[in-house]
Design a protein around this ligand. Sequence first.
Ligand SMILES: Nc1ncnc2c1ncn2[C@@H]1O[C@H](COP(=O)(O)OP(=O)(O)OP(=O)(O)O)[C@@H](O)[C@H]1O
Length: 253
Amino acid sequence: MSVAIPETKVVLKDIKKSFTTKNGTLQVLDGISLEVRENEFLVLFGPGQCGKTVLLNVMAQLEEPDAGQVIYSDNRKVYGNIGVVFQQYAIYPWKTVLENVEMNGKFKGVPKEKRRKEAMEYIKLVGLEGFEKSYPSQLSGGMKQRVGIARAYATNSDIILMDEPFGALDAQTRYQMQEEILRIWQQKKCTIVFITNNVEEAVTLGDRIVLLSNKPCQVVEEFVPDLPRPRNNMDPRFLELRNEIASKVDLAL
Ligand SMILES: Nc1ncnc2c1ncn2[C@@H]1O[C@H](COP(=O)(O)OP(=O)(O)OP(=O)(O)O)[C@@H](O)[C@H]1O
């Protein structure tokens, strides 16, 4: 029996990035190399301020690295062709849910009828059916982030980058959204690169967890949880892995 080997979607090769600040040069990324595979849920986990957002911006080609390469398997032009979900919702307050979700299609000149139909599908996928005409101010934090997820999916990208998307939510909503993102990803498979500084979230979500060190940020170790989904955070194996990773973060600090 042949086993399908997942295709590599993105390769990061020895990425370095520094900034010039009033206190001198701040080396943020210091030689990051990793591979992102087709349809995996990859978690990048590291302490606060270690450089996760900078790394994601480099992957999204919003930021130019000083050295190293970001290579997409299909040589794509990334801008506008990759879905990104940000921590602070980043949705337009003066636009409705539907208008926010169809925004990318509008920029790309997709005919109105087609982009509306697609946007409605994604609104349904994220559980916001019935709220198409609502404005962000009428939505809870979790619902706003559902809009962000639907908008990212509506780019029709096979890769979605998520920068601590649940970081601003209260604990209860955060748990609920973790279940939701897994349901959405299992229903509509794509590659997700998910940033978090929460170890429990990392173990709940990741097919693979890449532990990053504090600045200057490097890859410390990779973990592949051998835990069935849905994962139970009271399972002794879950706790063991969570503790192992957490102990290595302390070392990294
Ligand atoms: N444009 C910039 N100019 C100067 N310093 C920057 C710039 N962008 C990021 N930094 C610095 O790079 C470091 C890493 O920032 P980054 O936002 O990537 O951290 P993070 O790991 O995402 O943090 P958090 O988990 O708190 O969101 C920080 O010290 C930040 O101040």
